[in-house]
Design a protein around this ligand. Structure first.
Ligand code: S3P
Length: 189
């Protein structure tokens, strides 16, 4: 029994985990907290966690910024598509994806067919504030981050909205977001 998440539609995390036979894939914009929440969600469900951007960096032996600088975005997207396909096959419990991954039609179809996509969503101010803490995101270096994030939110929301589960996060504790996801998973058939 895990007292940190007691009220997920009466189902304890272990009971929820037992019902889920496919990877949980966190999607959504940069700064929404996919990696942080993903790690905690995996911990709550006692499943493995993997971060797709870290796997891309490992495979390329370069940071995401370096891949963008040296080879451009299209090259990064090709690698991202291949790495996520591999991660889906490997049967990880929880996969955090980079913000553009689920916008790719091929990756989206794969995730929707073989996994459960969870769209983490929050307001623009929060995204701007959180992404300002790190300087590692190449797409935000090309102009005003707020304007870029606003435009990406507009462009990408139709893709993100195809996720099976949608959870809106706020500035509250991560446990609250994890509890919300568990609640959605408990109700998920
Ligand atoms: C990107 C998001 C980043 C990373 C790359 C591109 C995007 O991941 O994959 O910088 O297109 O939104 P995070 O969402 O983890 O920041």
């Amino acid at each position: 029994m895990n007292n940190a998440y007691p009220s997920s539609n009466q189902l304890e995390p272990a009971a929820i985990a037992a019902r889920i036979d496919r990877p949980l894939v966190l999607v959504g914009l940069m700064g929404v907290g996919k990696s942080t929440i993903g790690r905690r969600l995996a911990g709550a469900l006692d499943r493995s966690f993997v971060d797709a951007d870290e796997e891309i960096e490992r495979a390329a032996d370069r940071s995401v910024s370096e891949i963008f600088e040296e080879h451009g975005e299209a090259y990064f997207r090709d690698g991202e598509r291949r790495v996520i396909a591999r991660l889906m096959e490997e049967g990880h419990g929880v996969i955090a994806t980079g913000g553009g991954a689920f916008v790719d039609a091929e990756t989206r179809a794969l995730v929707l067919e073989q996994g459960i996509a969870i769209w983490l969503d929050c307001d623009l101010d929060t995204l701007v504030e959180r992404t300002s803490r790190k300087n590692t995101r190449p797409l935000l270096k090309t102009g005003d981050p707020r304007e870029i994030l606003f435009n990406l939110k507009e462009q990408r929301s139709p893709a993100y909205s195809q996720a099976q589960i949608h959870v809106v996060t706020d500035d509250g504790p991560h446990e609250a977001t994890v509890a919300r996801i568990l609640q959605e998973l408990a109700a998920w058939q």
